[in-house]
Write a protein that binds this ligand. Structure first.
Ligand code: S3P
Length: 429
C-alpha cells in the first residue's frame, strides 16, 4: 500500500465493532444457556479465530455479516475438540480461552502463528497452576503450543504483577469452574469488558477499584449485545484528523469505556479539538460519536495508570507526538515489547526512518516533536497496529510512504484502507 500526503480529511466514518468485546461475546455466549445475539461483531481475523475454537468444541455459531448468533450450552456444555485449537495471531483468544479450558473435563491443545508462539504465557500458566490447573507449555518455553488437561480448580486470591486484562480475564473465567470465590487484583485497572459482560450474563462478580471477585458456577443466560465501535480503531482516524491540515471528521459509534479511553484524555491534554456528540451511556458499554478537527498539538507525558487505558494506541500516539511541539515521554509501558511485535523497537525504528527524532527507552520512548517526517518504506513486522499507525504517518509526511504487507490489518480492521480512503480519496494507491 502506498500513501501520499493529503491536504485534508473530511467526512464521516463508522467504526467496526470492538475486538475485545467481540471475543468476550463469543466466549460468554458459548458458556451461557440459550441464544446470544451479537450485533456489530468485529469480523477481524482474531475474532474469527475465537469463533472457530468454540465451533470445534461443539458450539453452533451462525454468522450473518456482523450479526452473530450463538447457541450456548452452559458452563459444562463444551465438547472435546477433535483437533488442535488454532488461535491464529490472537493473544486474547489464547489467554482467555486457557482459563475456560482449564475448567473442562477434557484435554485440549492450543497453538497459533509464529508471533503467538513467541508471546509470554507464564503470566497465565502461573496463576492457573496455583488454582490447580494442569497447563503445560509443550516446548517448556512458557509459550504456545499449550496443552491443558482436566484437573479440579480452587478459588484463589491472586495479585497480578502486570495490569493485563488478558491475565485478569483468564483467571476470572477459570474462576467460573473453581470450588470457591476467586479474586484478582492488578497494579492498575486494565480494561473491564470481561467484568461488565460476565455481570450482564448473570455472574456474581464484584469489582472494587483494581480488585475483582467472581463466585463459581453461576447460571449464565444468553444475551443480546450491541457491540460499540473499537476505540483502538477510531484512534487512527482521530490522529489523522489532528495531524493533517484543514481536516474535520465525524467518527461514529466509538466505545468510550473509561478503562479504554486514555487516548481521548491524551488528545485533550495535547490540545486536540475534539468533541463528543450523541453520547450513549448504556449500562454495558458507553459510546459516543467524536467530532475531530486539525489541531496544533503540544507534547505530553504518558505513564502510570494511564498506560493500560491506551496500551494499544501507543504506536499511534508516538506518531502524533512527532507532530507536537516539545518532547513527549512515554514510560511504564514495557508491555509494548511483548505485543504482536516489539512495539517499542518497531515504532522507533520506523519513525527514525521517516526522519523523527525519537529514542527507545527500557519501558517506552522519548519523542522530540516538530521535525517534519518524510515518506519511507515501512515494514510493520506483520503487526496490524503498526501498519495502520504508519499509514496515518504517511498522510502527514512529505513524499510517498509504502506499507509492506498491508493485509495484516485484517487482524483487527479488515476495511481499514477502504474507510481511510473515503476520508481522503486519492492519497492511497
Ligand atoms: C486485550 C488486552 C490487552 C490489549 C489486547 C486486547 C483484551 O492486552 O493489548 O490488544 O482484549 O483483553 P494485555 O491484557 O496483554 O495488556
Amino acid at each position: 500500500m502506498n500513501i501520499k500526503p493529503t491536504s485534508s480529511l473530511s467526512g464521516e466514518v463508522t467504526i467496526p465493532g470492538d475486538k475485545s468485546i467481540s471475543h468476550r461475546g463469543i466466549m460468554l455466549g458459548a458458556l451461557a444457556m440459550g441464544r446470544t445475539e451479537l450485533t456489530n461483531f468485529l469480523e477481524g481475523a482474531d475474532c474469527l479465530s475465537t469463533i472457530s475454537c468454540f465451533q470445534k468444541m461443539g458450539i453452533d455459531i451462525e454468522r450473518q455479516g456482523s450479526r452473530v448468533l450463538i447457541q450456548g450450552k452452559g458452563l459444562h456444555g463444551l465438547k472435546e475438540p477433535d483437533s488442535l485449537l488454532d488461535v491464529g495471531n490472537s493473544g486474547t483468544t489464547t489467554r482467555l480461552i486457557s482459563g475456560i479450558l482449564a475448567g473442562q473435563a477434557f484435554t485440549s491443545h492450543l497453538n497459533g502463528d509464529a508471533s503467538i508462539q513467541k508471546r509470554p504465557m507464564k503470566r497465565i500458566i502461573d496463576p492457573l497452576t496455583i488454582m490447580g490447573a494442569d497447563i503445560r507449555s509443550d516446548l517448556s518455553n512458557d509459550c504456545a503450543p499449550l496443552t491443558i488437561s482436566p484437573s479440579p480448580l480452587h478459588g484463589i486470591s491472586y495479585s497480578s504483577a502486570i495490569a493485563s486484562a488478558q491475565v485478569k480475564s483468564c483467571i476470572l473465567l477459570a474462576g467460573l469452574y473453581a470450588d470457591g470465590p476467586t479474586t484478582v487484583t492488578e497494579p492498575a485497572l486494565s480494561r473491564d469488558h470481561t467484568e461488565r459482560m460476565l455481570r450482564s450474563f448473570g455472574a456474581d462478580l464484584i469489582s472494587e477499584g483494581t480488585k475483582a471477585v467472581i463466585s463459581p458456577e453461576p447460571e449464565l443466560i444468553g444475551q443480546k449485545i450491541s457491540i460499540p465501535g473499537d476505540i483502538s480503531s477510531a484512534a487512527y482516524f482521530l490522529a489523522a484528523a489532528l495531524i493533517t491540515e484543514h481536516s474535520e471528521i465525524l467518527i461514529k459509534n466509538v466505545g468510550t469505556n473509561p478503562t479504554r479511553n486514555g487516548i481521548l484524555r491524551v488528545c485533550e491534554s495535547m490540545g486536540a479539538k475534539l468533541s463528543y456528540v450523541n453520547p450513549s451511556p448504556t449500562s454495558l458499554e458507553p459510546s459516543a460519536d467524536l467530532l475531530v478537527r486539525s489541531s496544533s498539538l503540544n507534547a505530553t507525558v504518558i505513564d502510570g495508570a494511564l498506560i493500560p487505558t491506551l496500551i494499544d494506541e501507543i504506536p499511534m500516539i508516538a506518531v502524533m507526538a512527532c507532530f507536537a511541539k516539545g518532547t513527549t515521554i512515554i514510560k511504564d509501558a514495557a508491555e509494548l515489547k511483548v505485543k504482536e511485535s516489539n512495539r517499542i523497537d518497531v515504532v522507533v525504528k520506523n519513525l527514525k526512518k521517516m526522519g523523527a527524532e525519537i529514542e527507545a527507552t527500557e519501558d517506552g520512548m522519548i519523542i522530540h516533536g516538530g521535525k517534519p517526517l518524510h515518506g519511507a518504506v515501512i515494514d510493520p513486522q506483520l503487526d496490524h497496529r503498526i501498519a495502520m499507525s504508519f499509514a496515518i504517518a504517511g498522510l502527514a509526511a512529505e513524499g510517498e510512504t509504502t506499507i509492506l504487507h498491508p493485509e495484516c490489518v485484517t487482524i483487527s480492521y479488515p476495511d481499514f484502507f477502504r474507510d481511510l480512503n473515503s476520508l481522503c480519496p486519492s492519497s492511497l494507491f
